[in-house]
Every structure is written in structure tokens, then in C-alpha cells.
Design a protein around this ligand. Structure first.
Ligand code: ADP
Length: 228
């Protein structure tokens, strides 16, 4: 089984039957194979977050199938979905959402402790991840003592802490200035490529999108692949 994620004919409508009814996804298909990094490009309001939430098992589709690592999650119980999120998925958002009272290292260690990893091993992995993104010297700093780009690099390490199989990222560099965005994106790609992770990364930045393996465009409820 070399596909990490398959979305099959996903449909999602908000406020069905009400005056504000909006059909956001109208039969979306997507397959991401192991080690593949896919860009998700969409105009604002097109349903990019909706799609990421459905792929990340944070929301459910009205119709269609979500298959994660060969497991059909469409009709799965909340417990199974939560478990799959914890073990198979990593999330990165536009804002870092780091815990302010903990150091960079602790922010990467805590999710591992929650997953039953021993402290020594969790700290070793945390240090290794921070080193990959050039933040060894910042490991003991709290988020407020880090720049925006550094905070986001810590958030990437945290997302990868529990060795997920798929990373879902919603505008991971959208909050940074263009120069910082470039280096922070390079750090993210370095981490993803190093670990052989699969990723679906939403971005408005077409230059960044072009550096991924494939570019998928979401428009008018449909997802289509840009021809290289
Ligand atoms: P994007 O991330 O591409 O900006 P979203 O997925 O957030 O788009 O939203 C797509 C559309 O669905 C928007 O028009 C938004 O207003 C609407 N929408 C999103 N979430 C809800 C919700 N919970 N209830 C009603 N409408 C929603």
C-alpha cells in the first residue's frame, strides 16, 4: 500500500437547505502517495481549510471516502479518528500555536510524552528535529523569545514529533514576510524530505507551490491538477 491518503468524491455543503446554503466541495478526488509533497492552491473562500479539515479527520464529508494508510476512515468512530490523528497525522497552521509557557524543546517533547514516549527519547528526538531546522541554540527559549520564522520552524518540529505519515499544512508561511517565508519553507521541505513524509501544503504562493511535486488547484468546488 503506497498511497498515504485517498479522497474519493468528497462533497461538503454548509447550511444545507437553509438560505445560506453553500456547496464548498463538489466531488473532490485526490491521492497522495508515500513521500509525495502536494501543493493545494485556492483563492480565499474556495474551501481549502474545509478540505484540509476533512483530510485531517477534524471534520466529516457529506459524501465520499477518506482513506488514510489503506484504512477507510469515512464511517469510523470518533475514537478511531482521534487515534488516527494522533498517530498518523501532523498539522501545521498559519499561526504557530506553541504553548507560551514552555521552551521550544518542551513544545516538541510534550506531544511525544502524551503518546507514551519516554522523556529521554523524546528529548533526543526533539533536539534532533530542532537541529534539522537550525534551532539547536534556541531549544531552551520560549516562543516569545523567538522570531516569527523561528516560532514556525518549532511548530514544524512539533508536527513531526510523533513521526506522522502525512503532514497537513494550512498556509504554513502565510504569516511571514517574503524573505523569511522562503527560508522557513525551505526548512519545512528539508524536514519533510529527510523523513520521507507525505504532505499536503496549502499556499497562496505559486513560487512555493512550484517547488512541490504536484500542484492541485481548488476552484468552484473541484480539485484539478496543474500541468507541469
Ligand atoms: P478557505 O480556507 O479556502 O478560505 P474555507 O474552507 O474556510 O475556505 O471556507 C469555504 C467556504 O465555506 C467559505 O465561503 C466559508 O464562509 C464557508 N464556511 C466555512 N466553514 C463554515 C461553517 N462552519 N459554516 C458555514 N459556512 C462555512
Amino acid at each position: 500500500m503506497s498511497d498515504v491518503l485517498t479522497l474519493e468524491m468528497i462533497e461538503k455543503c454548509y447550511n444545507r437547505g437553509a438560505p445560506g446554503e453553500i456547496s464548498v466541495l463538489k466531488g473532490v478526488n485526490l491521492t497522495i502517495s508515500r513521500g509525495e509533497v502536494v501543493a493545494l492552491v485556492a483563492p480565499s473562500g474556495a474551501g481549502k481549510s474545509t478540505l484540509l479539515h476533512i483530510a485531517g479527520l477534524l471534520d466529516t464529508a457529506d459524501r465520499g471516502r477518506v482513506v488514510l494508510n489503506g484504512q477507510d476512515m469515512s464511517g469510523a468512530s470518533d475514537r478511531r479518528r482521534t487515534e488516527a490523528r494522533r498517530t498518523d497525522l501532523g498539522f501545521v497552521y498559519q499561526f504557530h500555536h506553541l504553548l507560551p509557557e514552555f521552551s521550544a524543546l518542551e513544545n516538541v517533547v510534550l506531544p511525544q510524552l502524551a503518546n507514551g514516549v519516554a522523556r529521554g527519547a523524546a528529548e533526543a528526538r526533539g533536539q534532533a528535529l530542532l537541529a534539522t531546522v537550525g534551532l539547536s541554540a534556541r531549544a531552551s527559549h520560549r516562543p516569545s523569545e523567538l522570531s516569527g520564522g523561528e516560532q514556525q520552524r518549532v511548530a514544524f518540529c512539533r508536527a513531526l514529533a510523533n513521526q506522522p505519515k502525512l503532514l497537513l499544512a494550512d498556509e504554513p508561511t502565510g504569516n511571514l514576510d517574503p524573505a523569511t517565508s522562503d527560508t522557513v519553507f525551505a526548512a519545512l521541505m528539508g524536514l519533510v524530505r529527510d523523513t520521507g513524509l507525505s504532505a499536503l501544503i496549502a499556499t497562496h504562493n505559486l513560487e512555493l507551490a512550484a517547488r512541490m511535486d504536484r500542484v492541485m488547484r481548488l476552484e468552484a468546488g473541484h480539485l484539478t491538477e496543474d500541468q507541469p
